[in-house]
Design a protein around this ligand. Structure first.
Ligand code: C2E
Ligand code: CA
Ligand code: CA
Ligand code: CA
Length: 277
């Protein structure tokens, strides 16, 4: 928005102008949001075939004073443009390690937490040292951290990304391919480096149980592929019981979606993970 005079803001009517105004404000506020801890981590449980919680995915939320709860789909791309994504990503890693420490201190059985890492962070050479420092600092076993990586990560700085992945796995950290099947070269990933988990994108889960459609064929094949390679498979965006039934029958290891739970604040996750907690 253009400031006119002291306190007068011009009112905009078109959608375009409102969204660019919002972008402008978010971009401006992002730096202080890190310092002020305006970000919060929500957790979405992942369950096994028996419906028992296996672990959770950490999903970032921004509590903005003017715009309310801003979705990562809106601010992550901005953070990637202005490179604050590295600081935000590091904040998430540190926060999750601190959370695992807190659960350990309370004598709760800790569960693996998956963290989304931007391709931009994966391309930096200091990533592994940073992760190792946090694990040491909070004294949590590496196997409780899993990094989710999307296909964009391989497009540039291929060597650094692959070497970071290998080093992280050597530390004992797990690696997942996120949104599997949505890019042009998902299969290439499997040849480049070893991964622990494949996350089947939610687009393939939609209508998966209808039987004769393309999605059920794709999901069955990906599950077969994962099994052959000894890779864990997670189905995302499971909203209906029929989808869960189909996935169970195809022996999908882990399921994530609104059917079980939306992403929730940590206190709610604790209630779900440790009943009676
Ligand atoms: P994603 O990693 O693919 O995460 C899954 C998204 O699907 C999440 O949206 C989740 O809330 C949503 N979801 C989960 N279950 C269901 C379901 O049953 N149905 C439907 N329709 N949606 C479901 P969210 O939390 O808005 O995150 C959007 C994207 O933002 C994530 O997609 C991820 O790419 C990115 N993101 C989130 N947190 C972080 C972060 O800490 N760092 C980075 N770099 N990216 C993040
Ligand atoms: Ca993810
Ligand atoms: Ca995903
Ligand atoms: Ca996605």
């Amino acid at each position: 928005a253009k400031r006119q005079g002291k306190n007068n803001y011009r009112l905009y009517s078109s959608h375009q102008d409102i969204s660019s105004y919002k972008k402008y404000i978010l971009e401006k506020d992002m730096r202080k949001a890190i310092v002020n801890e305006d970000f919060e981590i929500y957790y979405q449980p992942q369950v096994n075939k028996e419906g028992i919680i296996y672990g959770a995915e950490a999903l970032l939320r921004w509590n903005h004073k003017e715009w309310g709860l801003v979705s990562p789909g809106e601010f992550i791309p901005l953070a990637e443009e202005n490179h604050l994504i590295n600081r935000i990503g590091d904040w998430v890693i540190r926060k999750v390690c601190a959370q695992l420490r807190d659960w350990k201190d309370k004598d709760l059985t800790i569960r693996p937490i998956a963290i989304n890492l931007s391709p931009i962070r994966f391309m930096k050479t200091d990533l592994v040292a940073y992760v190792k420092r946090q694990l040491d600092l909070f004294d949590v076993p590496a196997k409780y951290l899993e990094f989710e990586i999307t296909e964009g990560s391989l497009l540039k700085e291929e060597k650094t990304v692959i070497s970071n992945i290998e080093k992280l796995r050597n530390l004992g950290v797990k690696i997942a391919i996120d949104d599997f099947g949505t890019g042009y070269s998902s299969l290439k990933y499997l040849r480049y480096f070893q991964v622990d988990t494949i996350k089947i994108d939610q687009a393939f889960i939609k209508d998966v149980n209808d039987g004769s459609n393309v999605n059920s064929a794709i999901v069955s094949s990906v599950l077969h592929l994962a099994r052959e390679m000894g890779i864990k498979a997670v189905a995302e965006g499971v909203e209906e019981y029929e989808q869960f039934e189909f996935l169970k029958q195809k022996e999908c290891d882990i399921i994530q979606g609104y059917l079980f739970s939306k992403p929730v604040p940590v206190n709610q996750l604790e209630k779900m993970m440790w009943a009676g907690y």
